[in-house]
Design a protein around this ligand. Sequence first.
Ligand SMILES: Cc1cc2nc3c(=O)[nH]c(=O)nc-3n(C[C@H](O)[C@H](O)[C@H](O)COP(=O)(O)OP(=O)(O)OC[C@H]3O[C@@H](n4cnc5c(N)ncnc54)[C@H](O)[C@@H]3O)c2cc1C
Length: 549
Amino acid sequence: MMAAAIETDVVVVGAGPVGLTLANLLADLGVKTLLVDRARTVSDEPRAISITDESLRVMHQIGIAERLAPEMLMDTGARYFGRKGQLLAEVRARQRRLGQPAKSQFDQPVLARFLLDAAGARPLVTVRFETEARNVVSGKDFVDIELASDQGVQAVRCKWLVACDGGRSPTRTQLGIVLEGSTQVERWIVIDVMNSPHAPEPFSQFHCNGKRPCVIVPGVKGRCRYEFMLLPGDDPDGVLEPESVIRLVAPYQTIEARDIRRAAVYMAQQRIAQTYRKGRVLLAGDAAHLMPPFAGQGLNSGVRDAANLAWKLAALVRVEASDALLDTYEQERRPHAAEMVRLSYRIGKVVMSTSPVATALRDGAISALGIVPSAKAWIVGMKFLRQPHFVDGCVQTPSARVPQAAADLVGKALAQPRVREADGATCWLDAVLGPEWSTLHFRPDGHIQAVRQGSAGQAGASSVVDDLDGLFKDLHASGAVLLVRPDRYVAAAVASPDQMTDAFRALEHFLPGLGNAFGTTALRHASLEDPCHASWSPPLGENTQQLHH
Ligand SMILES: Cc1cc2nc3c(=O)[nH]c(=O)nc-3n(C[C@H](O)[C@H](O)[C@H](O)COP(=O)(O)OP(=O)(O)OC[C@H]3O[C@@H](n4cnc5c(N)ncnc54)[C@H](O)[C@@H]3O)c2cc1C
């Protein structure tokens, strides 16, 4: 007998890092969310250890970045060693374009716990563990689903359902969505050790020795990750015995059995779901894409999914968007995830090679690339890890009138400098922009005016700031305006405030009311340049937000 039906805006299936991130973001946009997981609590499997600047920006938004900081080895790079142990390449992205280091080491169970705490503190999120989601039916206006737990089976009706239920995604299988790609034959043993006595160096080590390829990733608080490729003849069960683990790690570190936090054997997969959406059900995280861990992009791609999806679902729940907006989720996210799957696979091939001829050729080729400055800069600066750049989706192709420096930003994540507000206080740019849409006007007087989306016919707050890190120096005093989405991607760029209506018109297919939300604001932008309207201009400091983090 089924218990009474419950209703909610969104059901998120799976309280892994992606489902938890999504639930937090949805709640901050006013969406009532039910998050369910069949496990007893969040997983303590130490899987992901590399986190990108974009993910950290999202964690900042959720409010857990400060708590995470002592658990992370910030700003790390990687060293690749050849078959004779020689250093082939040292890579480290130096630029902090998004206000965070490009790569840092962290601990997935710690992140999941903090995200769970954050969800618990948001009244709009209900989290239910030991609850299995099944029998998903996507209808015209609702999704119906059954939740099975010790208390029985409960029917749930929601407006949208997001399956963040991992690589094996029962929801994806039930909906018949094909996962395209392949599984690698090579297996790896992944070992996490504790009590590592050395002060951690900010570099992962890839030992591409051609004999027993190995990856070592140091962390804080005595944590260290070892990954060894299994060779033909290795017994996948036997290698997990403590004596075997101790022997494998011995060339790099002396450990005892009690130092082993966890050891598991994995087979890498490179796969992507054929579609990310079926009716009112969407896939995110590992349910949508699986990739070898060598580029550290699986969880990071999932966090990108969550950030991309949250504001779109919120706009639909609030009846502010057309259904077409939701189609842009797959349009924007799938190509980049597919690129990360391919990149992870290629890095794996470089690392895993055991043929003497192939490893000698590889070492020679990488050394030769180091002689060519552009190739060297590409490798050393980790430029092979391309950030997303949406050409199709909820973005407007800039017109020829837009300054090139502004046009180049459309479809990309907005840079995040520290800014100084009119009263001299400093903060990160995101704090000024708020959780919804915003505009950034690079005023002819050299200041940047940030305006938040208004609500219910009210103009949003406006702040005038200076870019302290020079990340927008190419736009300085250009007069251009950027339209920034809630996920901090630039949706449009125009040459001057009076052209903002073009940008709103281009996006009205997705968000018909967006222009209204900035209606009074657009006038306010224009007034700053129009002396006839000088009395409309707020003086520097008036109506300026005092936000710090
Ligand atoms: C060795 C290793 C190293 C890695 N390193 C990195 C790295 O450095 N950087 C990186 O970005 N990524 C890395 N990854 C990948 C990363 O761990 C995954 O991408 C990430 O865990 C995916 O998160 P998720 O929330 O999508 O899925 P999961 O973490 O798998 O969570 C899915 C959840 O769904 C629940 N669930 C499933 N079915 C149901 C159901 N029917 N009802 C209710 N609940 C259900 C499960 O219990 C689970 O809790 C690594 C992976 C491995 C294995």
